[in-house]
Design a protein around this ligand. Structure first.
Ligand code: MRU
Length: 356
C-alpha cells in the first residue's frame, strides 16, 4: 500500500493520518495540528489499531510539547502532563496508547536537567523511534508468523490488524504481506467485523492493494468457511494481552476462537510486546471500551435500521481465553502455552536485545 498510516510532518508541525473512516471509498490524508483534533481522530477511529494509535499519540504528544511556552522544567512539565493525560483519555483498551505516552514521559523526565528546546528535540526523536521500532516489530512478527503457514493456505482474520493498524506490514497481516513479497499465494478470508467494518473496508483494501487473494465474509459465515475446509489457521491482532495470555481484540474475536477450536484450526494472536501488558494478570481485568449505540443502529445504513428506544450493547472488544490460543506471535518469537512462562521468556529476550 502506497500510503503511510501515520506520519509526522515536521515542517508543517502536523500529524498526518489516512482517514480510515473514509476508506475504501476515499483516500483522504488529514493534517492534524490541534490536540483536540488528534484526540478526536483517535476516538473516532480515523486512526485506529493498537500500534497505530500508539504512534499517533507519540507524535501528538511531541506536537503538544513543541507548543508549550516554557523556560523551565517547572513551567513545562504540568502542561506536558496535561497533554499526555488528555491524549491518554481518547480510548481505554489498546495498551499501546499509554505505553507510547509513558515512553515519551520517561524521556522527558530523564532529561529534566536539560534545556526545554533540548527536551523537545529528545521527544521528537523518541516519537520517531517509536514509529521505526513499530515497523521493525511488525516485520519480525511477519517473519515468525510466516513459519506457521505454507503456500496455498487459507487464513481467516478478524478486524484489521494490517498496515492500516500499524506503521507498516501490520501484525496479523504481516505474514501475508511478507509471503506475498516472496511469491507465496495465501488466500485470506476477512470477517467484515461489525459494527465498524474494519475487515470489510480496511483489510480488504490493503490486501487487494498488495494483490492478495481476498474474500470478505459476514461475521456469521466464519463457521461455514471453516466447515468448508477453507481455513488452515486464524490470524488476529490484539489490543492488550494479559500476563496469562488472555488476549483482548476486536469484538467477535472470541467467537472466532471458539469456532476454530471446534473445527481443530489453530488460532494465533499476533502482536508486538508493546501490546502485552504484564501488569494485568488476566483478561477479566482489561477495561473494555463501550462505543456509541448509533454505530450499531445507524452507521452504514441509509436509514436507521433498529427501532428508536431499543437498548444497544456495543462493546468494542472481547477477550479470547488463553486456552483457545495456539500461539502468540511477537517480534521476539512465538509464545506457546503455558503463556505465563512463555511470555516472560519473550520479555527476557527483549531485555537482552536492548542496545546498551
Ligand atoms: O477499534 P479498532 O479498529 O482500533 O480495533 C483494532 C483491533 O482490534 C485490532 O485487531 C488490534 O488493534 C490489533 S492492530 C495490529
Amino acid at each position: 500500500m502506497q500510503y503511510e498510516t501515520v506520519a509526522l510532518d515536521e515542517q508543517e508541525g502536523a500529524l498526518l493520518i489516512i482517514d480510515q473512516t473514509r476508506l475504501p471509498g476515499e483516500v483522504n490524508i488529514l493534517h492534524l495540528k490541534e490536540q483536540k483534533d488528534i484526540w478526536q481522530a483517535i476516538y473516532l477511529l480515523q486512526v485506529r489499531g493498537a500500534p497505530a494509535i500508539g504512534v499517533a499519540a507519540a507524535f501528538g504528544l511531541y506536537l503538544a510539547a513543541k507548543d508549550i511556552q516554557a523556560d523551565t522544567w517547572e513551567q513545562f512539565y504540568p502542561a506536558f502532563q496535561q497533554a499526555k493525560d488528555y491524549l491518554n483519555s481518547s480510548r481505554p483498551t489498546a495498551v499501546n496508547l499509554s505505553w507510547a505516552l509513558n515512553r515519551m514521559a520517561k524521556i522527558a523526565e530523564a532529561n529534566k536537567e536539560k534545556s526545554i528546546p533540548e527536551i523537545k528535540e529528545l521527544l521528537r526523536k523518541e516519537a520517531v523511534a517509536i514509529k521505526a521500532e513499530d515497523v521493525w516489530m511488525c516485520r519480525q512478527i511477519g517473519e515468525h508468523g510466516l513459519t506457521l503457514i505454507k503456500d496455498g493456505d487459507g487464513i481467516l482474520t478478524h478486524c484489521n490488524a494490517g498496515q492500516l493498524a500499524t506503521s507498516k506490514y501490520g501484525t496479523a497481516l504481516a505474514p501475508i504481506h511478507l509471503g506475498r513479497e516472496r511469491g507465496m499465494n495465501i488466500k485470506v478470508f476477512c470477517d467484515e467485523t461489525r459494527p465498524l467494518l474494519q475487515g470489510a473496508r480496511l483489510s480488504t483494501f490493503e490486501l487487494l492493494a498488495d494483490g492478495v487473494d481476498t474474500t470478505v465474509i459476514c461475521d456469521n459465515m466464519a463457521s461455514q468457511v471453516m466447515k468448508n475446509g477453507w481455513i488452515d489457521a486464524v490470524f488476529v491482532g490484539c489490543d492488550r494481552v494479559a500476563a496469562n495470555g488472555d488476549a483482548c481484540n476486536k469484538i467477535g474475536t472470541s467467537g472466532v476462537a471458539i469456532l476454530a477450536k471446534y473445527y481443530g484450526i489453530p488460532f494465533y494472536v499476533l502482536g508486538p510486546t508493546s501490546t502485552i501488558d504484564m501488569s494485568i494478570e488476566k483478561g477479566e481485568d482489561i477495561v473494555i471500551e463501550q462505543r456509541p449505540p448509533e454505530e450499531v443502529t445507524e452507521m452504514w445504513y441509509q436509514q436507521r435500521m433498529a427501532p428508536q428506544g431499543v437498548k444497544v450493547y456495543n462493546p468494542a472488544f472481547d477477550v479470547v481465553d488463553n486456552a483457545l490460543i495456539a500461539g502468540i506471535v511477537t517480534e521476539y518469537g512465538i509464545a506457546r502455552p503455558p503463556f505465563r512462562e512463555s511470555l516472560q521468556e519473550i520479555f527476557r529476550k527483549k531485555q537482552e536485545n536492548i542496545p546498551r
